[in-house]
Design a protein around this ligand. Structure first.
Ligand code: KIV
Ligand code: ZN
Length: 385
């Protein structure tokens, strides 16, 4: 099976989310955990953005040994110089150089003509390649660029020394079909494309980041850029945990592998959520509190008989001990009896009938039943069991 490399940008693009900034020590903590998760590449920050960011990238590059460490740079010598200063001590440093290629970005943001943008791309990649063995080049807003122009920029960047070409859906605008078609277009129109690894980078503005990323993998892309818990600007980036688990669970479809240690996902997710002060919604795929919880009686009964009835992912895959049976008004007698046993109370059938009725009445009044509620329901049987 071909490998898909996982490029984590929690500490760069993820940190751009409002209120999610981290100090140097927190960034190092996250980077160490990302290394345990075995991501291939850690984008540690944007060294030219601030002295704090510079220091954090430098510290991470000194500490992390088993993942490639990279930093972002605009297509400017001063940004590339800052990245080199921050990263030069790592074994295999990579710089991530970018420039926008869409008409709207070139006209209004850069105020540059397409030919000037192409020239800046070439000069910056050439300059970066004098220092860095690995140069990743991104065409910002690639998905809204003219594909013929995009192909010229990519081809020139490859000739200038880029070894990874990243084509972001910067504003989360693409549909999966469109995003895959863009990669298919450049794969057939860029003559030297075989010399590089293609990379995707999706934002979630229309809620399609995961579908777009998986479509890109289907189109032959072999590096996925993502963030833990999907943190990032606006609606965020594609979530690492969704891609890692989807590629694993549906390897029958994608036929690729990653080197992620999936059972480190839950720990990484909790750490990022806590340090970034960014709570995870209960229904968030893979890492939400309810992702493995079952309340409905029919579901609970099924899961107790065979977890495969309602769980396509085993909780242990991501490092959880077990799924959660939540007691609420939809719960059935099986889950109720199991809870009693877990609490060390063995009820007779008659006792189950009596207390289950009391439980249902209580559940009609309360949204979720706590262990304390249950204990008080069982209290009169505790002495006799
Ligand atoms: O979304 C984007 O285009 C980016 C680039 C800087 C790669 O984050
Ligand atoms: Zn981005």
């Amino acid at each position: 099976m071909e490998k898909v490399e996982i490029y984590d940008t929690t500490l760069r693009d993820g940190e751009q989310a409002p209120g999610c900034s981290l100090n140097e020590q927190e960034k190092v903590q996250v980077a160490k955990q990302l290394e345990r998760l075995q991501v291939d590449v850690i984008e540690a920050g944007f060294p030219a953005a601030s002295p704090e960011d510079f220091k954090a990238v430098k510290s991470i590059s000194e500490i992390v040994k088993n993942s490639t460490v990279t930093g972002l740079a605009r297509s400017m010598k001063s940004d590339i110089d800052a990245a080199w200063e921050a990263l030069k001590q790592t074994e295999s440093p990579r710089v991530h150089v970018f420039i926008a290629t869409s008409p709207v970005h070139m006209t209004y943001k850069l105020r540059k003509k397409p030919e000037d943008v192409l020239e800046m791309a070439v000069q910056s990649v050439k300059y970066a390649h004098r220092f860095f063995p690995q140069v990743e080049f991104s065409c910002e807003d690639a998905s809204r660029s003219d594909y013929a122009f995009l192909s010229n920029v990519i081809s020139a960047a490859i000739d200038a020394g880029a070894s990874v070409i990243n084509l972001p859906d910067t504003v989360g605008y693409c549909t999966p079909q469109e995003y895959a078609a863009m990669f298919q277009y450049v794969s057939t129109h860029v003559p030297n494309i075989d010399r590089v690894r293609l990379s995707c980078h999706c934002h979630n503005d229309l809620g399609m980041a995961t579908a777009n990323t998986l479509a890109a993998v289907g189109a032959g892309v072999r590096q996925v850029e993502c963030t833990m818990n999907g943190v990032g600007e606006r609606a965020g980036n594609v979530a690492l945990e969704e891609i890692g688990v989807a590629l694993h669970i549906r390897k029958d479809i994608f036929n690729v592998r990653t080197q992620l240690k999936l059972d480190e996902i839950k720990k990484t997710s909790a750490l990022v959520s806590r340090l970034m002060n960014s709570p995870i919604p209960g229904n968030k795929a893979i890492v939400g509190a309810n992702a493995f919880a079952h309340e409905a009686g029919i579901h609970q009964d099924g899961v107790l008989k065979n977890p495969k009835t309602y769980e396509i992912i085993s909780p242990s895959l991501i490092g959880l001990d077990s799924g959660r049976l939540v007691l609420g008004k939809h719960s059935g007698r099986h889950a109720f009896r199991k809870k009693a046993i877990e609490m060390g109370i063995h009820l007779t059938e008659e006792q189950v009938d009596q207390s289950f009725l009391a439980f249902k009445n209580l559940a009609d009044r309360k949204k979720e039943i706590s262990d304390r509620d249950i204990r008080s329901l069982f209290s009169r049987y505790e002495k006799t069991s």
